[in-house]
Design a protein around this ligand. Structure first.
Ligand code: AMP
Length: 129
């Protein structure tokens, strides 16, 4: 069965898209740790990030770096943290999370945003590339 992220890639379910290339996609996490929490994924459905071939892994990292730079400009924060978890969705992804302190990366303090707030932050990030 296709992963939920493959369904996003295939436009079967919506996302707040931040950036896209031929092989990678970035969109806002729907249950974010912070404003601007973004997921960067390869379009190829592979469960474990570290099972990507080196070329695609490198491409995803370069893509994630560009997204992180835009995110840092768009969201006032101390750092953009990068995290790899993968316990919930079996489709490789990198979390990019604006943080000010260590607790912002714990995945315990979740933030809620309205649809218009999600759209607003998406547009802010897109304008920073
Ligand atoms: P993990 O697999 O543990 O790295 O977590 C998966 C992440 O994907 C979680 O932070 C979820 O909030 C996020 N997520 C799950 N479904 C969606 C979706 N449809 N759109 C955006 N983010 C999602």
């Amino acid at each position: 069965m296709a992963s939920i992220f493959t369904k996003i890639i295939n436009k079967e379910i919506p996302c707040y898209k931040v950036a896209e290339t031929e092989n990678c996609l970035a969109f806002l996490d729907i249950n974010p740790n912070a404003e601007g929490h973004t997921l960067c994924i390869p379009k190829k459905e592979i469960d474990n990030l570290f099972d990507l071939d080196t070329e695609l892994y490198s491409e995803l990292m370069v893509f994630s770096k560009k997204v992180a730079k835009a995110l840092k400009k768009a969201v006032p924060c101390e750092r953009i943290a990068m995290s790899v978890i993968g316990l919930e969705v079996p489709h490789a992804h990198v979390h990019l999370i604006p943080i000010n302190e260590m607790k912002d990366i714990t995945f315990r303090n979740k933030k809620t945003f309205s649809e218009s707030e999600f759209i607003n932050i998406t547009e802010k990030i897109k304008a920073c590339f």
